[in-house]
Design a protein around this ligand. Structure first.
Ligand code: AMP
Ligand code: GLY
Length: 423
């Protein structure tokens, strides 16, 4: 089989390494991939949002199966375009990817179907939004409707901050058309849990839970990033919480999308907060999370490509999806200065052992050498019987990876360890 994976980050590297385990896979193409992914797949210089280019490549190269991993090509309808040419795909259609593409859509869906989430109001008029935040409870959360490179959510501690966020989204158009509408919502508290799930539109199979670490610095300080590390499973996601999520969130969401004529097939990511009033949805993503995938897939015992094909063929109910009874930790190595400004082009070296467990996010090949090309450079994952073991092993591996200006958080998994101890 010839498989094509659209995207070029650590998540895609993890997907590719896992798909390679299937013996029927002869070749994997990554569009565009990156310098690290090039070890495991043939990288093709076609951008992830170049839908015509992606479709043309798939046709010319007789691709048997396509996986579209990032949000923007999904929201733009790349799966529809590939399916029109008869290419089987993993990923939702455009009309289902809207669950991530529009926060107004997802909030209204949850309200209509009684799915627990933060209370909210939608605004398309800036003046109305500004007068609303003069009286609402504080802190308050301001969200741009559309995709905003993960930067469209502002937690405002004061009314002034809220007003400033509204102005920069709606007046200055910081995120372009993504800010034509905004959601202003209640600030929730509690530990966050990421649950990725496989769904074929009828059956939903949650994967092992995980915990992201979004802030740049230790103790959850510093700016928001694309994710500095992850652990799985998440100790806050107990059996009782999982059962509630299935009944109150996962199944109702799948059924709601079907009832709306927007059947969701692919990986549906539930960003949850375990509030004092039970689990609530913070956000939906229409795809695998990054860097959650880098801890979830190493724990998947079943064959990934088989499960993906079962999703495509609506046979998920008959297909076993099993996870190891173990723990994983992924530590991200970034370039000093990330997420604001940083230098690129430094050579990366690593031990052979580390390379097996490394998922490259931002690196290029230059004269045959791997050099940094992004803020988040790579993630390294260890799987062990205990969380402590996985954390120690991931950091030990990270110590064998070198590039100038590298930094990582030193406390990935620390909060989870503490939660485990308190159980
Ligand atoms: P993202 O949507 O990934 O940019 O991140 C949004 C982050 O903002 C979440 O991971 C939460 O930590 C936080 N967040 C979003 N909505 C709320 C809310 N209603 N209450 C509290 N925190 C929130
Ligand atoms: N780790 C959060 C995301 O993928 O959106």
């Amino acid at each position: 089989m010839k498989v094509m994976v659209v995207g070029g980050g650590g998540r895609e590297h993890a997907i590719i390494k896992k798909i390679k385990e299937n013996p029927s896979v002869e070749e994997i193409f990554a569009l565009p991939g990156n310098g690290g992914i090039a070890k495991d797949a043939t990288c093709v210089a076609i951008g992830a949002t170049d839908i015509d280019g992606i479709v043309r490549f798939a046709m010319e190269n007789a691709i048997d199966y396509a996986v579209v991993a990032p949000d923007d090509p999904l929201v733009l309808g790349s799966v529809d375009a590939l399916q029109e040419k008869g290419i089987p795909c993993f990923g939702p259609n455009k009309n289902a990817a809207i669950i991530e593409g529009s926060k107004v859509f997802s909030k209204n869906l949850m309200k209509k179907y009684g799915i627990p989430t933060a209370e909210y109001e939608v605004f398309s008029d800036m003046e109305a939004a500004l007068s609303y935040v003069k009286t609402c409870a504080i802190p308050v959360v301001v969200k741009a409707d559309g995709l905003a490179l993960g930067k469209g959510v502002i937690i405002a501690a004061t009314r002034e901050e809220a007003a400033q966020a509204i102005r920069s989204i709606m007046e200055d158009k910081q995120f372009g058309k993504s800010g034509d509408q905004i959601v202003i919502e209640e600030f929730l508290t509690g530990p966050e849990v990421s649950v990725l799930s496989f769904t074929d539109g009828n059956t939903v199979v949650p994967m092992i839970s995980s915990m992201d670490h979004k802030r740049a610095l230790d103790n959850d300080e510093g700016l928001n990033t694309g994710g500095m590390g992850t652990i799985a499973p998440n100790p806050y996601y107990t059996k009782a919480v999982a059962d509630r999520c299935m009944e109150e969130i996962f199944l109702p969401t799948i059924r709601a999308m079907k009832a709306e004529g927007r059947t969701f097939k692919g990986c549906l990511y539930f960003g949850l907060m375990i509030t004092p009033n039970g689990p609530k949805v913070i956000e939906y993503n229409c795809r695998f999370g990054d860097p959650e995938t880098q801890v979830v897939l190493p724990l998947l015992k079943s064959d990934l490509l088989t499960v993906m094909q079962a999703v495509t063929n609506e046979k998920l109910a008959e297909t076993p999806v099993e996870f190891a009874d173990a723990h994983a930790c992924c530590v991200v190595l970034a370039s000093k200065g990330y997420p604001t400004s940083y230098q690129k082009g430094f050579e990366i070296t690593m031990s052979e052992e580390a390379e097996k467990h490394t998922y490259v996010a931002g690196a290029a090949l230059k004269d045959g050498k791997l050099v940094t090309s992004g803020g988040r450079v790579l993630g390294v994952t260890a799987v062990r019987d205990t969380l402590k073991g996985a954390i120690d092993a991931a950091y030990a591996l990270s110590n064998t990876i070198h590039f100038e200006n590298a930094f990582c958080r030193r406390d990935i998994g620390a909060r989870a360890l503490k939660a485990q101890a308190e159980e």
